[in-house]
Design a protein around this ligand. Structure first.
Ligand SMILES: *Cc1c(COP(=O)(O)O)cnc(C)c1O
Length: 390
């Protein structure tokens, strides 16, 4: 065989639903020489990473650590540990990732009741109450930031409500952590999972999870062993918890990356970071609307970090995104599931939530749309964004 040439990917601006661009400090932390996974210095790095994760998740939960895999593994970790075969679970779904939880909960052996809302909408407390009342589940799972529709589900009261009915609240915070407030303790969330490659501006490969004391008790009270050996938190915790006994080899460089990503988040400050995401979202939104693009999520629940808009009639999704990528070096996301071919998803996550990204994508999109035969007045998007910033 001929050996492939040295890696030299073209420059890209990753403005899709993730991965988003890694922070330069994160990339440079990843070139730090390896330590052994049981080296006392590495154990200290693990402890620091966990402490910072608790800050970012706004929790005191002892059982907080990054699973050594992507966001979906965090989803499996939460569900497989809390669900035993035969348990009842309610999964709320209003998009693609809710459906993934339905699938995983089913594979864990749960009797799953699916509570559906139209894509782009969210659930109100009354709907959750009805589901809890009629099903009396052990677990209620809901997506906090539904990346397929760009909708933010208010979960601030959901934990309290679940606890009224003796249920545990599991939340998918994959796209929310590091971009919009996630307050596990105040909101009484029992198990949450996220990822490294969206709001935390790291490469994909780690999935921060957190279990409340109530969730830990539920795991301890299981009658059966957790079906997954690798994701069983009772044994992972002998490594990420006090004993530090070998469970699996931590992906050392990814832990370095996550540690640096979390340092960046905390140096900025959570409130400043959330405000920055809102500011840039409002400018992008003004620009997109000036280009005639309409959001798929309701006006009261739009995610600042993920802007999903309908593709105008007659515009070729794949051709436009290809032009955006090859001519402008910008990646945005297409639609998933019900929205395949119908939506574009523009992420302004973590590091990438900044005016430079806003102006770049608006200027490029305008040209793409004009090329596709859509009537837009020249410079409308950029001008609207400028006005929003002013
Ligand atoms: C990205 C995403 C996931 C899946 O995470 P992976 O890192 O791709 O495994 C799950 N839920 C939501 C809401 C997501 O946006």
């Amino acid at each position: 065989m001929t050996i492939p040439g040295q890696l030299s990917p073209s420059p890209r601006l990753l403005l899709g639903p993730g991965p988003s661009d890694a922070h330069p400090r994160v990339l440079s932390a990843m070139t730090t020489p390896l330590l052994g996974h049981l080296d006392p210095q590495f154990l200290e790095i693990m402890t620091e990473t966990q402490s910072m994760l608790r800050e970012v998740y706004q929790t005191k939960n002892q059982l907080t650590f990054p699973v050594s895999a992507t966001g979906t593994a965090g989803m499996e970790t939460c569900l497989v540990n809390l669900i035993e075969p035969g348990d009842r679970a309610v999964v709320c779904t209003a998009g693609y990732f809710g459906n993934r939880m339905v699938e995983i909960a089913g594979r864990c052996g749960a009797q799953v009741t699916v509570k559906e809302a139209p894509w782009g909408q969210t659930f109100d407390l009354q709907q959750l109450r009805e589901a809890l009342q009629s099903v009396r589940p052990k677990v209620l799972a809901v997506v906090h930031a539904e990346t397929s529709t760009g909708a933010l589900q208010d979960i601030s009261q959901a934990g309290k409500l679940c606890h009224e009915f003796g249920a545990l609240l599991v939340t998918d915070c994959v796209t929310s952590l590091g971009c919009t407030p996630v307050k596990l303790d105040e909101w009484e969330v029992d198990a949450a999972f996220s990822c490294s490659q969206k709001g935390l501006s790291c490469p994909p490969g780690m999935s921060p999870v957190s279990f409340s004391p109530r969730a830990v008790d539920a795991v301890k009270a299981r009658r059966t062993k957790v079906q997954s050996w690798y994701l069983d938190v009772t044994s992972i915790m002998s490594y990420w918890g006090g004993d530090r006994t070998y469970h699996h080899t931590a992906p050392i460089s990814m832990v370095y990356a996550l540690r640096e990503g979390l340092r960046v988040v905390l140096e900025e400050g959570l409130e400043a970071r959330f405000a920055r995401h809102v500011r840039n979202h409002l400018a992008l939104k003004a620009g997109l609307e000036a280009l005639g693009l309409k959001y798929t999520a309701g006006a009261d629940c739009q995610l600042p970090q993920l802007n999903a808009v309908r593709i105008p009639d007659g515009v070729d999704d794949v051709a436009c995104r290809k032009r955006l990528l090859t001519e402008f070096g910008i990646e945005i996301g297409g639609g998933l599931g019900d929205f395949k071919g119908k939506a574009w998803r523009i992420g302004l996550m973590g590091q990438n939530s900044n005016p430079n990204c806003v102006f770049q994508v608006l200027a490029a999109l305008e040209q793409i749309l004009v090329g596709a035969g859509v009537k837009v007045s020249a410079g409308a998007g950029v001008a609207a964004a400028e006005k929003a910033y002013a």
